[in-house]
Design a binder for this molecule. Structure first.
Ligand code: SAH
Length: 287
């Protein structure tokens, strides 16, 4: 039996599936398979519509949730679960981030309907990919903070952007492009320099629509205004940005020829950080 087959005659199962950031091909294989056998799909507005139309079967009942309240969505999912073995709630990116996941699951739990969650490629990851950036670099930062600035949703105590930015690690800032001025002010308040790099990615992974804007705290607002970026954008602030063009990179220990780990023995003498091309393919004798 296939691992997500439901038992006939029993109420259906509601799957919360990450649709990925926009490109329909960035849904997971498991998410695509669930969509392909779904009797009903509730999807989140224009953000994921193409994934639905591309992968859901013709007879599937498809409903856009953009004009629905949480109660209506929950009632719809429960009703569909009484009629279909597989019901899919398609969420943008990964369902665990800013997706009202728990609010939707609690009423299903109360109704005794089983649920499953399938992760998705978050827009934070798709934005890093679009800009060819690494969010972590050895000895630069090893930490990524996924956050937003305070808008209508208040930030909990201790989570102001200025407080989080004081770590000088990577910040992936969701839901905040209309508050870019505030983002910059809070970064400054945390001691980030005017020329600290910022990348804004709009519609990461959307075929033909993706925009990558590179600037600094001093310039990014004007650049985004010029490019008319007002929605569906990720703000990445990080000391790693632009590393593709750096002359001096501190190498990752994992691939360092002088570093032994579980899967590979050191094959070169430590070289004080100076990289030796193909050093792990030559055998050096220790003196
Ligand atoms: N669960 C989603 C986030 C939903 S909140 C995820 O994991 O990506 C919506 C916010 O996500 C938007 O305001 C924007 O900041 C970001 N976002 C969603 N899709 C995006 C995309 N394709 N490119 C850039 N940012 C995106």
């Amino acid at each position: 039996m296939n691992e997500f087959a439901e038992q006939p005659g029993l109420p259906g199962k509601v799957w919360f599936v990450g649709a990925g950031p926009g490109d329909p091909e960035l849904i997971t294989v498991k998410g695509q398979a669930l969509l392909a056998r779904a009797g009903a799909v509730l999807f989140a507005g224009s953000l994921v519509s193409e994934a639905v139309t591309r992968w859901a079967p013709e007879h599937c009942e498809i409903r856009d949730s953009k004009d629905m309240t949480l109660e209506e969505m929950s009632a719809w999912l429960q009703w569909q679960a009484s009629r279909h073995a597989t019901v899919v709630r398609l969420q943008t990116g990964d369902p665990s981030l800013y997706g009202a996941l728990i609010e939707l699951i609690q009423p299903l739990d109360q109704a005794g309907i089983s649920i499953g969650v399938v992760p998705g490629v978050s827009s934070a990851m798709a934005s890093a990919a679009a800009a060819t950036e690494s969010l972590t670099l050895p000895e630069v930062t090893q930490t990524v903070i996924l956050t937003r600035v305070e808008g209508r949703t208040p930030m909990p105590e201790g989570e102001s952007l200025a407080a989080l930015a004081s770590h000088h690690s990577t910040l992936c800032i969701f839901l905040s492009i209309t508050l870019l001025g505030k983002v910059c002010r809070e970064l400054r308040a945390a001691g980030w320099a005017e020329d600290a790099p910022i990348v804004v990615v709009q519609k990461a992974s959307w075929p033909g629509e993706e925009k990558v804007v590179r600037g600094t705290i001093a310039t990014i607002q004007a650049l985004c205004r010029e490019q008319q970026i007002h929605s569906q954008a990720m703000i990445i602030a990080s000391p790693t940005l632009g590393a593709r063009h750096w002359d001096q990179l501190i190498r990752s220990k994992l691939y360092d020829p002088a570093f032994t780990h579980r899967f590979r023995k050191a094959s070169a003498i430590p070289d004080n950080g100076v990289s030796v091309p193909f050093a792990d393919q030559i055998t050096l004798k220790a003196e």
